[in-house]
Ligand binder design. Sequence first.
Ligand code: RP5
Length: 160
Amino acid sequence: MTVAVIMGSPSDRAKMQDALDILAEFEIACESAVLSAHRSPEIVAEFVKSAPDRGIRIFICGAGMAAHLAGSVAGLTWLPVIGVPLSGSPLGGSDSLFSTVQMPKGVPVATVAIDGAYNAGLLAIQMLALSDAGLTQKLREFKQRQVVTIHEANNRFQNS
Ligand code: RP5
């Protein structure tokens, strides 16, 4: 396993699926789990501390409301942590955004957009590609496909 995708509740699963999908597209081995900074803090600590022995190199943590999962994980590991603030609360995700992004000096969480699980997965792939030439090539092709897609969309737009 290379990337751990964890979320605070089973209710987060659909929003975190995009991260699992893009990681699968790039054939990155993942493990995923429901772990709560508030409801199961000791299990979070065990999971994070044992992660390097399982080959985990990056954490992706998604949570909503008072979203402390990513920060809690970051406090327990030297591995990079990507935080995904999730919507769904009465505050629309701004609560989880602030809770995830406003980390104190010394404990970074690379925070993506609200419900930005896709980009979280992609960022993890980009980190892994720094030491993986095959993955770098796949990313180059991915970026090139985006160029072609938007270029073709512009052509259709200009001709409509
Ligand atoms: C957070 O509270 C979870 O990450 C979830 O987004 C939110 C609601 O959780 P449930 O009450 O649906 O389990 O901790």
